[in-house]
Design a protein around this ligand. Structure first.
Ligand code: SF4
Length: 284
């Protein structure tokens, strides 16, 4: 098949993920051959290829705090962590290495400041995502709501002051729709657009590419929130879109009659995976 295969201008590891992985590699190297165990609470990124490689070097991913033993090291992931958990960890004689992305930290600080200043804090995002859990626990007195769409915004009762922060990976369009609804709910509305630039760049370049191709391949972990948003964006543009983690998932029949193919990668996708996929499609 002869196809024109293009990769989105902004694809693959974002600044926060690169930083967290670099820190993890450094800590693992420094402790090589020592007895100190090194943990993350949940996988360091949502990409099984990468987490498997790090596991071989000694990084242990656990799902709950009880499994982290005193005297060990815990790396806080780029998503950040709830301050409630951080305090519990500190009490257990566990050394913390904080790899929270500075953009996530900014959202946490904004949420805390808004609540200190008497605002009801609205967090736009997915309530089960670790980043959002970390942000909401920075709000004082539980004076917050986590919402994901306009219908949720509609349900918020009228308040004197509402302050908005956003999960860093949310689409800007969603924030705009929600804030226009919230305008009717408060005398004073403050919005901090805490969506990170990296996310915006990936979303815009995916949109641009998806508008000009027949098929879009979005590469990244199936649990990666930012990758799933790229899939949503691509589908909205009308491109037939497939979400895969690696080249082995490619099915030749997807490309029957396709002339132009676009590839875009989430913020936790290694560039090598994107290159492998491009080469595999070009060989079809
Ligand atoms: S997507 Fe943005 S906020 Fe999230 S880790 Fe990457 S750079 Fe940081």
């Amino acid at each position: 098949m002869h196809m024109n295969v293009k990769t989105a201008k902004y694809s693959g590891y974002c600044f926060g993920v690169k930083r967290a992985l670099k820190l993890a590699e450094e800590i693992l190297k420094k402790n090589q051959g020592k007895k100190t165990e090194i943990f993350t609470l949940g996988p360091i990124i949502h990409n099984s290829g990468v987490t498997n490689k790090l596991a071989k070097k000694g990084l242990i991913s656990v799902e709950n705090l009880e499994k982290i033993i005193p005297g060990s090291i815990l790396i806080i992931r780029s998503h950040g962590m709830s301050p409630v958990l951080v305090n519990e960890i500190k009490k257990k004689n566990i050394k913390i290495i904080d790899a929270t992305c500075p953009f996530v930290k900014k959202a946490q600080v904004r949420a805390e400041d808004l609540s200190k200043n008497g605002y009801f804090v609205v967090i736009v995002g997915n309530r089960n995502h670790p980043e959002v859990i970390g942000i909401k626990d920075h709000v004082l007195n539980k004076n917050y709501a986590v919402i994901k769409n306009e219908a949720n915004a509609e349900k918020i009762s009228s308040k004197k002051k509402i302050g908005v922060v956003v999960q860093t990976t949310q689409p800007i369009e969603k924030l705009c729709l929600i804030t226009s609804k919230l305008r009717e709910k408060a005398k004073e509305l403050v919005v901090f657009n805490t969506i990170c630039n990296t996310t915006k760049k990936r979303q815009n370049s995916t949109k641009k590419l998806a508008n000009n191709v027949d098929i879009m391949i979005v590469v990244g972990g199936k649990k990666s929130a930012n990758t799933k948003h790229l899939v949503e964006i691509s589908k909205k543009c009308g491109a037939v879109t497939y979400h895969i983690e690696n080249y082995k998932e490619i099915k030749p029949q997807w490309f029957n009659n396709a002339k132009k193919v676009g590839i875009s990668g989430g913020a936790s996708t290694p560039v090598e995976d994107i290159i492998d996929i491009k080469e595999a499609i070009e060989k079809l």
